[in-house]
Design a binder for this molecule. Structure first.
Ligand code: NAI
Length: 463
C-alpha cells in the first residue's frame, strides 16, 4: 500500500517537527497537521517562518520549504482524518491530575478522544499510528474503540514512538539512531508496517528501521526514557557524594565514561532533569509495574524521580545556605528558564522548582532566557499554585538581556546550559553585582578558575 496522504493529530513539539521532516523528505506525500488549539495552528501558519510556535534549530527553514507545498497546518480535524490513509496520533499524554492513578498514570483522555473522532469520521480503511508515548497495551484500547464505534472500516494500529530530543529535534529526525515500528503479526498488520517503513525509507537506511510486536514497541519508549533519566539521577547521586568527599563529579564522569561498557553520554551532573517526558514516563512505568503487583520493579524506578526531586531541592537549599541562610529581598539572577538549551520548552524545568523554593524564602528572582517569554515563566510558576498570581508576579523580574538581569544581584544561578552563557563578559557582570558575588552553576558549564580569578565565589554541582 502506497501512502499519499498523512494526517497528524497534535501540532506540538513532536507532531510539528516530525511531520515537517516527513513532508520535506517525501514530497509526494501530502502531510496535514491538525490541532484543536487555534492559536497554535495560526502560529504554524504565520507568514514569517521564524514565528512558528516551536523553537528548534533548523526547523523554521524546513517549514519554509515544505509549507504550502505538501505540508499543511489546519484546525479542520475531520477533513484531515477523512482524507488520509495514515493517521498519526501525536497528542499530549500528561500525568493524570485526578482520579485513579492521579500523579502517576498517563492521562489517556486526549488519546481516546482522537480514537473516537477517527472512528466517527473514517469511511475507508486507515492505518492509525501511535506517535505519542503510551502505556504498554494502549493499542488494545484504541483498537477496541475503533472496532466498536467505527463504520465497518478496517483499522490497523501501529506503535511508532518518537525518540527525538528537544533542542536537537531536526538533527535527530533527519538521522535517527533507529526508527521503531510495532504492529500486528497478521498479514494486514505486516502490510501496515511496510507502508510506514516505506515512508521512513525515503531518508532512513532500512537497517535502522526496527519492526517488533506492538507491545515491545510501546514498552521500548518507556524503557528508553527510564534508562536515560536513570543515568542522570545516578550521576547526580554521585555528585552529592563528591561534594562531601573532595572528589569532582566531572572527573568521575570522565573516568567512568571512557569505559566502553558505560559510555560518555548522559553523565553530566546538573540541577536535575526536566522536560515533559522523563518524569511523566517513569511515573507511568511505576504505575504500570504496580498495577501488575511488581512492587520491587516500581520502587526501583521511582527512586530515579525521588533522586531528581532531591537534586533540585538541594540546589535551592545550597543557595540559601551559602547566602548566610537568608535570601529575603535579595536578588537572585537566573540564567536560563528552559528545561534544556536550544528549546523554548519549559515543561518540568528545574528552574521553575528552584524559583518556587527561593520565592518561598522571599527572594526576588530576575530571569533571562534567550527563548522563553515572561508570560510563560509566570504561567509556569502559577501552575504550581504555591501562592497567588499577584505574589508570583511581585517576585518575578524578567529581562531581555543577561547583563541587566544580573545587575545588582547577590547571586547568579545557571539553570539552563545555553552556550551563550559561557561567552559573557563575566568581569562586567561581577562589577555590577553585590559582593561577595556568588555563582551557582547548576549545569557545570562555566570556567570556574576564570570566575574565581575575577573574584566570584563559584559553586558548581559535585565538586
Ligand atoms: P504538546 O503538548 O506539545 O502537543 C500536543 C498537541 O496535541 C497540543 O497542541 C494539543 O492541543 C493537541 N491535542 C490534544 N488533543 C487533541 C485532539 N483531540 N485533537 C487535536 N489536537 C489535540 O505535546 P508533545 O510534546 O508534542 O508530546 C506529544 C506526545 O509525544 C506525548 O505523548 C509525549 O510523551 C510524546 N513525546 C514527546 C517528546 C518531546 O520531546 N516533547 C519526545 C518523544 C515523545
Amino acid at each position: 500500500m502506497k501512502i499519499t496522504k498523512i494526517c497528524c493529530i497534535g501540532a506540538g513539539y513532536v507532531g510539528g517537527p516530525t511531520m515537517a521532516v516527513i513532508a520535506q523528505k517525501c514530497p509526494d506525500i501530502q502531510v496535514t497537521v491538525v490541532d484543536l488549539n487555534e492559536k497554535r495552528i495560526a502560529d504554524w501558519n504565520d507568514p514569517n517562518p521564524e514565528n512558528i510556535p516551536i523553537y528548534e534549530p533548523g526547523l523554521s527553514e524546513i517549514v519554509a520549504e515544505a509549507r504550502g507545498r505538501n505540508l499543511f497546518f489546519s484546525t479542520d480535524v475531520d477533513k484531515a482524518i477523512d482524507e488520509a490513509e495514515m493517521i498519526f496520533i501525536s497528542v499530549n499524554t500528561p500525568t493524570k491530575t485526578y482520579g485513579k492513578g492521579k500523579g502517576m498514570a498517563a492521562d489517556l483522555k486526549y488519546i481516546e478522544l482522537c480514537a473516537r473522532q477517527i472512528a466517527r469520521v473514517a469511511k475507508q480503511n486507515k492505518i492509525v499510528v501511535e506517535k505519542s508515548t503510551l502505556p504498554v497495551r494502549t493499542a488494545e484500547a484504541i483498537k477496541s474503540i475503533l472496532d466498536n464505534t467505527g463504520n465497518g472500516v478496517q483499522f490497523q494500529i501501529l506503535s511508532n514512538p518518537e525518540f527525538l530530543a528537544e533542542g536537537t529535534a531536526v538533527a535527530d529526525l533527519l538521522s535517527p539512531d533507529r526508527i521503531l515500528i510495532g504492529g500486528d503479526i497478521t498479514e494486514e498488520g505486516q502490510e501496515a508496517i511496510n507502508a510506514l517503513v516505506n515512508v521512513y525509507a525515503n531518508w532512513v537506511d532500512k537497517e535502522r528501521i526496527l519492526t517488533t510486536n506492538v507491545w515491545s514497541s510501546e514498552l521500548s519508549k518507556l524503557t528508553a526514557n527510564a534508562f536515560l533519566a536513570q543515568r542522570i539521577s545516578s550521576i547526580n547521586a554521585m555528585s552529592e557524594l563528591c561534594e562531601k568527599t573532595g572528589a569532582d563529579v566531572n572527573e568521575v564522569a570522565r573516568a567512568i565514561g571512557m569505559d566502553s561498557r558505560i559510555g560518555p553520554k548522559f553523565l553530566k551532573a546538573s540541577v536535575g532533569f526536566g522536560g515533559s517526558c522523563f518524569q511523566k514516563d517513569i511515573l507511568n512505568l511505576v504505575y504500570i509495574a504496580k498495577s501488575y503487583g511488581l512492587n520491587e520493579v516500581a520502587d526501583y524506578w521511582e527512586q530515579v524521580i525521588i533522586m531528581n526531586d532531591h537534586q533540585k531541592r538541594r540546589f535551592s537549599n545550597k543557595i540559601v545556605q551559602t547566602l548566610y541562610n537568608t535570601v529575603a529581598d535579595k536578588k537572585i539572577a537566573f540564567l536560563g528558564w528552559a528545561f534544556k538549551k536550544d528549546t523554548n520548552d519549559t515543561r518540568e524545568s528545574a528552574a521553575i522548582y528552584v524559583a518556587d523554593d527561593l520565592i518561598n524564602e522571599q527572594a526576588k528572582i530576575s530571569v533571562y532566557d534567550p527563548k522563553v517569554s515572561r508570560a510563560k515563566m509566570q504561567a509556569d510558576l502559577n501552575y504550581l499554585e504555591t501562592r497567588s498570581k499577584e505574589e508570583n508576579n511581585d517576585f518575578l523580574y524578567t529581562f531581555n538581556n543577561a547583563y541587566e538581569a544580573c545587575k545588582g544581584a547577590h547571586a547568579v544561578a545557571v539553570l539552563t546550559e545555553w552556550d551563550e552563557f559561557r561567552t559573557y563578559d563575566w568581569q562586567k557582570i561581577y562589577d555590577s553585582m553585590h559582593k561577595p558575588a556568588f555563582i551557582f552553576d547548576g549545569r557545570n558549564i562555566l570556567d570556574s578558575k576564570h570566575l574565581e580569578s575575577i573574584g566570584f565565589v563559584y559553586n558548581g554541582i559535585g565538586s
